[in-house]
Design a protein around this ligand. Structure first.
Ligand code: SF4
Length: 676
C-alpha cells in the first residue's frame, strides 16, 4: 500500500502522518513535530473517513441540486445584499479547520473585493487573546519559540493547559524529556487535577481567573529579589517600572493558593535560567484573557527569558490551522500576511498587490459580535465555512436563533446534518481531510502539507475552489482564477515578497523556491529558529512592552462552569465520533462534580444533573470526582444537541468576552446545578 505523507487534521501540534487509502495510519518519523508519534485521535484517523453522514451534493432548501445552480444563487444573494445594504451587510464565519489556501481566498474575497472585514473564525474561541497579548507586548502576533525549547528547558510551567489530552504529542515529548532528565521541573497551573498533572512536580490548583494575581505575584517577587535581567530590559523593554508597580498591588489571595505553594513556584522560577511557560485555553478563554497573556509575557520579558534555547512564553493553539489563518489574516481585525487594517500603507500595499477594486478600512465583527449582528437583523447574507456555530458558540441557542434570522445562510461542510446546516438555505459539499491538498501551520510556525490520498466523493469540492467559483460569479473572476492550491500558496508567498520592505515578523522567503508538491515541513522565518534572539521586537522603537495588568474582581458563584475537551474527541465529534474505540473512552455527556457538592445536591454516581444559566440548560450525568475543588463543575464541549438529546453545554455557557480580544470566557461561568 502506498502511503501518502500528510498532516493530522486535529490539534495545533501538527503531527506528520503517513496515510493510505485502505485506512493505514502511521506517525511520520520524519516530521519534526512528532517524529513518528501519534495520539489516540491521530492513530484512529483511518476509522473516520467513511462516507456515512457526508454531504455529497449541493442542496438548496433541502433539495439536492447541481453546482451551477447553487453557486449562482449564492453569488446572486451576496451581490444583492451588498448592492442594497452595503458590504457590511454580509459576513463569513470560517474555521481553524480550513487549510491556509482556503483561508487566503476567503479573506481576499471579503476584505479586498467585497470591501468589508466581516470574516471571523472559530479561532476567535481558541487563541485570540494570545494574538492580542503578543501584539501588545511584541508589536506583532509572534510565537517566539519552538517545540525543541520544551526539551531544552529546565522548568516548564503549564498554565491552563491539559496538554496530555489536548496536545498529547507535546505532552509525550515533555514526558520523554523528563524521563531522560528527571531534574526537569514541571509546574501545572490549573483549577483541576488533570492527566497532565501526573507529570507535574508542583500542581498549583489556582482559583478561576487567578492567573493575573499569580504572575503579578511572580513578577513582584522577581523584582523584590533582584532576579530581573537589568541589562536586557534596559536595552530591549519598555514599561517595566509601571508594570512592576501594578504587579505589587496584586493580592496573592486572589490566586486561591497557599503561600508555601506560591513561594515554591516563585523561587523555582527565579533560580531556573531556562523556563518555558506553555499556556492554552485556560488562559485565553477568559474575560481577562489578554491581560493574563501579558502577565505571563511580562515575567519572561523582565528576566530576559525569551529568544534563547529553552526559554520563552509559548501559546499552543487548539486547532490544526489556527496559525495559518492568523498568517493570512483570517480574523476580523487583521488584514493579510500579519498586516494591519488600520494602517493606510498596509491597506494600499495589499490592495495594490491584489489589484482589488476596494479594501476594508476598519475591523469587522468578531465572532460573538458577528452573531449579535445577525440577531439584530444587520447581516443579510452569511456564509459559514467548516464549522458549526449553532452549537459551538457560547449561548448557542441564541446563536442558532440569530442565524435563523439571517435572510440567506449558506454553509460549506463535509457533514450534511449539523445544527447549523439545519437552519441554512444552501449547503455546499466540501472535500474533507485526505481528499484535498493544501497547507497548515502548527503552533511552532511550521508549515506542513496536507495531501490527498482518497478519491473526492460525490460532488464535493475543496473550499478554495468553492469560494473562488462564487467570487467569479460575483464578477471577480480574474483575481480568483486559481487552478490549484499551489497557485494560491505561490500568490501568498509572492504577496509576502512584495511586502518585504514593510517591517513584519512574517517572512515566507524560505518558501519562494519550494516545490509545492514535494514541500517538507518547514518553519518560517528563514534565518531564525526562534524569534527575538537579537532583542529586536516590532514596536516602532524596536523594543518590547511590558503591560501593567491588574486582577479582575473575582466573583464566587455557587457553581462555576468550566468547559473543555475529552482525550479522544474532537470538536463536535463529526469525525472522531465515528470511531468506536475513541467513543468508548467517555461515551456520553457528563459533568464533573466534587463529592461534597454531590452530597449537598443529593446526587449519586450517574445521577442526571441539570446545569443551568439564564441562557439555557443541559442535563448531564454526574461524574463525581475530586479532580476539581468544591463549587467548580467541568463539562466537555463535544456533544451537540443532536447527539446529546438532553441539551448541549453551550446552551448554558455565556457570551461574555475579553474586551481586548473578543474571545469568549468559557472557563468559569456562573451556573446553578440540581438533581433532575
Ligand atoms: Fe493529531 Fe494533535 Fe494527536 Fe498530533 S497530538 S496526532 S496533531 S491530535
Amino acid at each position: 500500500m502506498t502511503l501518502t505523507r500528510t498532516t493530522c487534521p486535529y490539534c495545533g501540534v501538527g503531527c506528520g502522518v503517513l496515510a493510505g487509502a485502505d485506512g493505514t495510519i502511521k506517525g511520520d518519523p520524519a516530521h519534526p513535530a512528532n517524529f513518528g508519534r501519534l495520539c489516540s485521535k491521530g492513530a484512529a484517523l483511518g476509522e473516520t473517513t467513511d462516507l456515512d453522514g457526508r454531504l455529497l451534493r449541493p442542496m438548496v432548501n433541502g433539495k439536492t441540486t447541481d453546482w451551477d445552480s447553487a453557486l449562482d444563487l449564492v453569488a446572486a444573494k451576496f451581490s444583492a445584499a451588498i448592492a442594497e445594504y452595503g458590504p457590511e451587510s454580509v459576513a463569513f464565519y470560517a474555521s481553524g479547520q480550513l487549510l491556509t489556501e482556503d483561508y487566503y481566498v476567503a479573506n481576499k474575497l471579503m476584505k479586498g473585493f467585497i470591501g468589508a472585514a466581516n470574516i471571523d473564525t472559530n479561532s476567535r474561541l481558541c487563541m485570540a487573546s494570545s494574538v492580542a497579548g503578543h501584539k501588545r507586548a511584541f508589536g506583532t502576533d509572534t510565537v517566539p519559540g519552538t517545540y525543541e525549547d520544551l526539551e531544552q528547558a529546565d522548568l516548564i510551567v503549564l498554565v491552563g493547559s491539559n496538554l496530555a489530552w489536548c496536545h498529547p504529542v507535546l505532552y509525550q515529548r515533555i514526558a520523554a524529556a523528563k524521563e531522560s532528565r528527571p531534574d526537569l521541573q514541571v509546574v501545572n497551573v490549573d483549577p483541576r487535577r488533570t492527566a497532565t498533572t501526573d507529570l507535574a512536580d508542583l500542581h498549583l490548583q489556582i482559583a478561576p481567573d487567578g492567573d493575573i494575581a499569580l504572575f503579578n505575584g511572580l513578577l513582584a517577587h522577581l523584582a523584590n529579589t533582584g532576579a530581573l535581567d537589568a541589562s536586557f530590559t534596559a536595552a530591549h523593554v519598555n514599561g517595566m517600572a509601571e508594570t512592576i508597580a501594578a504587579a505589587r498591588l496584586s493580592d496573592p489571595a486572589d490566586t486561591g493558593l497557599p503561600q508555601e505553594d506560591l513561594t515554591r513556584f516563585f523561587d523555582l522560577f527565579a533560580r531556573t535560567d531556562k523556563v518555558v511557560t506553555v499556556y492554552s485555553q485556560g488562559v485565553n478563554q477568559s474575560s481577562c484573557g489578554t491581560d493574563k497573556v501579558n502577565a505571563i509575557l511580562n515575567c519572561h520579558l523582565a528576566t530576559g527569558r525569551i529568544g534563547r534555547a529553552g526559554c520563552g512564553p509559548f501559546s499552543v493553539t487548539g486547532q490544526p490551522n489556527a496559525m495559518g489563518g492568523r498568517e493570512v489574516g483570517g480574523l476580523a481585525n487583521m488584514l493579510a500576511n500579519h498586516l494591519e487594517i488600520e494602517n493606510a500603507d498596509h491597506r494600499a500595499a495589499v490592495q495594490d498587490f491584489w489589484d482589488s477594486p476596494t479594501i476594508c478600512t476598519k475591523s469587522g465583527l468578531k465572532a460573538v459580535d458577528l452573531f449579535q449582528a445577525c440577531a439584530d437583523g444587520k447581516i443579510k447574507a452569511l456564509w459559514v465555512m467548516s464549522t458549526n456555530p449553532a452549537v459551538s458558540l457560547p449561548d448557542a441557542d441564541s446563536v442558532a436563533e440569530a442565524i435563523a434570522r439571517v435572510p440567506f445562510v449558506v454553509t460549506s461542510d463535509i457533514i450534511e446534518k449539523t445544527d447549523t446546516n439545519a437552519i441554512a438555505d444552501v449547503l455546499l459539499p466540501a472535500a474533507g481531510w485526505g481528499e484535498k491538498d493544501g497547507t497548515v501551520t502548527n503552533s511552532e510556525r511550521r508549515i506542513s502539507r496536507q495531501r490527498a490520498f482518497l478519491k473526492t466523493p460525490g460532488d464535493a469540492r475543496p473550499d478554495w475552489r468553492i469560494i473562488s467559483d462564487v467570487a467569479a460569479r460575483m464578477g471577480f473572476g480574474n483575481a480568483f482564477a486559481y487552478q490549484s492550491p499551489a497557485d494560491i500558496f505561490a500568490e501568498y508567498v509572492a504577496l509576502d515578497t512584495a511586502l518585504s520592505a514593510t517591517p513584519r515578523d512574517l517572512d515566507l522567503s524560505i518558501f519562494a523556491d519550494v516545490d509545492y508538491a514535494e514541500m517538507i515541513p518547514t518553519q518560517w522565518p528563514r534565518n531564525a529558529h526562534r524569534f527575538f534572539a537579537d532583542g529586536q521586537f516590532y514596536h516602532p522603537d524596536g523594543k518590547a512592552r511590558m503591560i501593567a495588568v491588574t486582577s479582575p474582581q473575582l466573583s464566587k458563584p455557587r457553581f462555576a462552569l468550566n468547559t473543555g475537551r475529552n482525550r479522544d474527541q474532537w470538536h463536535t465529534m463529526t469525525r472522531t465520533g465515528k470511531s468506536q474505540r475513541l467513543s468508548a473512552h467517555l461515551a456520553e455527556p457528563y459533568v464533573e462534580i466534587h463529592p461534597a457538592d454531590a452530597i449537598a445536591l443529593g446526587a449519586g454516581a450517574g445521577t442526571i444533573i441539570r446545569v443551568e444559566s439564564p441562557n439555557g440548560s443541559a442535563l448531564l450525568r454526574a461524574f463525581i470526582t475530586d479532580r476539581g475543588p468544591r463549587g467548580q463543575l467541568f463539562a466537555p464541549m463535544h456533544w451537540t444537541r443532536q447527539r446529546a438529546k438532553r441539551g448541549t453545554i453551550n446552551s448554558v455557557t455565556s457570551a461574555v468576552v475579553d474586551p481586548v480580544s473578543g474571545q469568549p470566557a468559557l472557563k468559569s461561568g456562573a451556573v446553578t446545578a440540581q438533581v433532575y
